[in-house]
Design a binder for this molecule. Structure first.
Ligand code: PGA
Length: 252
């Protein structure tokens, strides 16, 4: 039995006051942590003020971290700092980081290791470009990304990890993958994890779908066998929509 996980990725949106108003409104309306894990991943400087206000069943996560724990890396955020603020989750390898900030699978791997040694739970993003899907390269891309990301990560460490399958062509475009396409790719990722780590890890690991998820399509996506939750950008900025999507996951 995999507990669903609904995570909002706020990207570079919301001011401090807007974020606090959101957390006040949403915390009370979240489903029980026994049924669903809910997370909001916000810009790093907001973290402290949001954590002070988070309810038991709404976690605050980060959108990125650097792979060294300290040093002369101006502008970066360390896993040790996130840990000291009791941050629980951190998104790693989002396609926007891969595309605009040149993150490679090797960097994703180092960031996962940094997160794990600082007791953070990585939400590791993978997904293909449109041309790759059209050229039947989706599985090949996912294989390279998954093998690269988890190189040197043990089966026990995998228990801390959430994977988000996010086809790049569906992010922020309003084009959702069909629930069949999303389930097929999430199922493919689960089989890769099975090959690498065996069935206990593969059957336990949570795999989210992300890419234009909204209240209108979340039920159909979550009804699929291999989709254990959602990573939500645009629609997670609206408190009513986030509440609706978090509660939709209780039906899983
Ligand atoms: P979207 O973004 O829901 O706005 O498509 C998803 C994501 O980037 O994680």
């Amino acid at each position: 039995m995999r507990k669903p996980i609904i995570a909002g990725n706020w990207k570079m949106f919301k001011t401090r006051d807007e974020a606090i108003a959101f957390i006040y409104k949403v915390s009370e309306a979240m489903p029980s942590i026994k049924e669903v894990d809910t997370v909001i991943c916000a810009q790093a400087p907001m973290m402290r003020c949001l954590i002070k206000r988070q309810g038991e069943n709404l976690r605050i996560g980060a959108q990125n971290l650097y792979y060294e724990d300290e040093g002369a890396f101006t502008g970066e955020v360390s896993g040790s700092l996130l840990n000291s603020y009791n941050v629980e989750y951190v998104i790693i390898g989002h396609s926007e980081r891969r595309n605009y900030f040149n993150e490679t699978d090797e960097m994703v791997n180092k960031k996962i290791k940094a997160a794990l040694r600082n007791d953070l739970r990585p939400i590791v993003c993978v997904g293909e470009h449109l041309e790759e899907r059209e050229n039947n390269l989706t599985n090949q891309v996912l294989t390279t990304q998954i093998k690269g990301a988890f190189e040197g990560i043990s089966a026990i460490e995998m228990e801390q990890i959430v994977i988000a399958y996010e086809p790049i062509w569906a992010i922020g475009t309003g084009k959702t993958a069909t629930s069949e396409q999303a389930n097929e790719s999430c199922g493919y990722i689960r089989e890769l994890v099975r090959e690498l780590y065996g069935s206990i890890v593969a059957d336990g690991i949570r795999i989210q779908y992300g890419g234009s998820v909204k209240p209108e399509n979340i039920d159909e996506l979550l009804a699929k066998e291999h989709i254990d939750g959602a990573l939500i950008g645009g629609a997670s900025l609206d408190p009513d929509k986030f509440i609706a999507m978090a509660n939709a996951a209780t039906k899983k």
